[in-house]
Design a protein around this ligand. Sequence first.
Ligand code: DGP
Length: 114
Amino acid sequence: MSNCIFCKIVRDEIPAKIVHRDDRVTAFHDINAQAPTHILIVPNTHIRGADEISAAHAETVAAMFTVANALAESHGIAASGYRLVFNVGPHAGQSVFHLHLHLLGGRRMAWPPG
Ligand code: DGP
């Protein structure tokens, strides 16, 4: 999608602190970090959100989790624990309509979230 902000980050058209890139996914620091480590893992192709995922996206979604877990390890939060989140729709506060997996860690987090 030409006007999608995460598509633009994937294409290097706008800057981001990229921490991982391969042929399926890109990962970069969230601009509005909610934890000492807050990284977004996105598919390189445009998927609107988790509500659009089907079996056709199995490899892409598996790649997103594989990268998230590897980044948790490389950022030193694997042992202390971390949270992986997909926000879907207004009540969850989804604000960017390009699928993204939040990787949050580095502090203790409350449950349930506010
Ligand atoms: P969500 O609420 O799940 O749709 O989260 C979207 C996240 O995307 C939010 O935490 C802020 C982040 N974000 C929005 N615009 C940009 C941007 O231009 N660059 C980066 N790095 N993050 C962004």
